[in-house]
Design a protein around this ligand. Structure first.
Ligand SMILES: *[C@@H]1O[C@H](CO)[C@@H](O)[C@H](O)[C@H]1NC(C)=O
Ligand SMILES: *[C@@H]1O[C@H](CO)[C@@H](O)[C@H](O)[C@H]1NC(C)=O
Ligand SMILES: *[C@@H]1O[C@H](CO)[C@@H](O)[C@H](O)[C@H]1NC(C)=O
Ligand SMILES: *[C@@H]1O[C@H](CO)[C@@H](O)[C@H](O)[C@H]1NC(C)=O
Length: 262
């Protein structure tokens, strides 16, 4: 009995003890071919909301918001967008870590997936901070199947620069978390994975970001985006759309709601 008692004490000390864990709906996610699948390898779709930059809309970084997203919006995933500069994690790590932590733990408590997103649109990745952050997150939460890592929201650099970054950050995550999905941003602000298949990253359970905002800043039409996505998938490159909009960022332009219907 005594031996067992110490065993359990040791086990529980390794996980945040205040979490009331509810399993996420599809169990341990995997990538099979170009598909995101449930734990038995059947393709699934996640649907949910991306929060805005942590430091700019902190009022949404709490479990009450996730309760609404799950119960009233039928979401099974939420994206915690860790802002970096302008008062974000690079400037104010403890504050922003606390915000993202509230969303991660809320998702674990409620049985939702959570995308932990290094949310910067830029040519600089803040690699040393990313390594510290993702090492911490994967150590603390990597044993939960709820976690999805997104290591660079919208890189504005070429694919070889992204690969160099990914090869520094992904091994740090994989050292603590061998399985959860890692989503890697793509060139042109996650304009899509348009690199040749030979330049895929050599790790398991990796997907590549495509962000879809039709008509924004002279961006591609829906048809162009669809063609690019289909081409990437036929090249064996798995895509994860971690953001989409129903139209422009400007309120004066038409919403393309029909295009977004499932
Ligand atoms: C995966 O999806 C299939 C099809 O919906 C379902 O039959 C199976 O139970 C699912 N597996 C898990 C572990 O959820
Ligand atoms: C990033 O872009 C800025 C302009 O916004 C430029 O001054 C800087 O040299 C670029 N840095 C890198 C690493 O490309
Ligand atoms: C992760 O970072 C938070 C906030 O800085 C800190 O409280 C916690 O101890 C860190 N955990 C690990 C495993 O480094
Ligand atoms: C909407 O507003 C933006 C910003 O002012 C402008 O660039 C764009 O041309 C406008 N679009 C239409 C359809 O008027």
């Amino acid at each position: 009995m005594r031996g067992k008692f110490f065993y359990f004490l040791f086990f529980f000390c390794n996980i945040p003890i205040h979490l009331a864990v509810v399993n996420p709906p599809y169990g341990q996610l995997q990538v099979q071919g170009t598909y995101l699948t449930n734990s038995s390898g059947i393709p699934i779709q996640l649907q949910g909301i991306s929060l805005y930059f942590s430091m700019w809309q902190p009022q949404y970084y709490n479990q009450n918001v996730l309760v609404s997203l799950k119960n009233q919006w039928n979401s099974n995933v939420v994206r915690a967008a860790m802002g970096l500069t302008n008062g974000g994690y690079v400037d104010n790590p403890e504050y922003n870590y606390g915000l993202v932590k509230a969303v991660i733990e809320g998702a674990i408590n409620l049985g939702m997936y959570v995308i932990v997103d290094w949310h910067i649109t830029y040519n600089v990745s803040y690699t040393p901070q990313a390594i510290t952050f993702f090492s911490n997150i994967s150590k603390t939460y990597g044993s939960y199947p709820h976690i999805i890592y997104e290591i660079w929201n919208e890189p504005t650099v070429t694919w070889d620069v992204i690969v160099n970054y990914a090869n520094q950050v992904i091994p740090v995550i994989r050292a603590n978390d061998p399985n959860n999905i890692i989503v890697v941003g793509t060139a042109d602000g996650s304009g899509g994975p348009w690199f040749p298949p030979s330049q895929k990253l050599n790790y398991n359970n990796i997907m590549y970001t495509l962000h879809i905002y039709p008509d924004v800043f002279g961006g591609g039409s829906q048809e162009q985006v669809r063609t690019k996505a289909t081409t990437a998938m036929s090249n064996g490159i798995p895509i994860f759309v971690t953001e989409y909009g129903t139209g422009s960022v400007w309120p004066n332009e038409t919403l393309e709601v029909d295009e977004m219907a499932p």
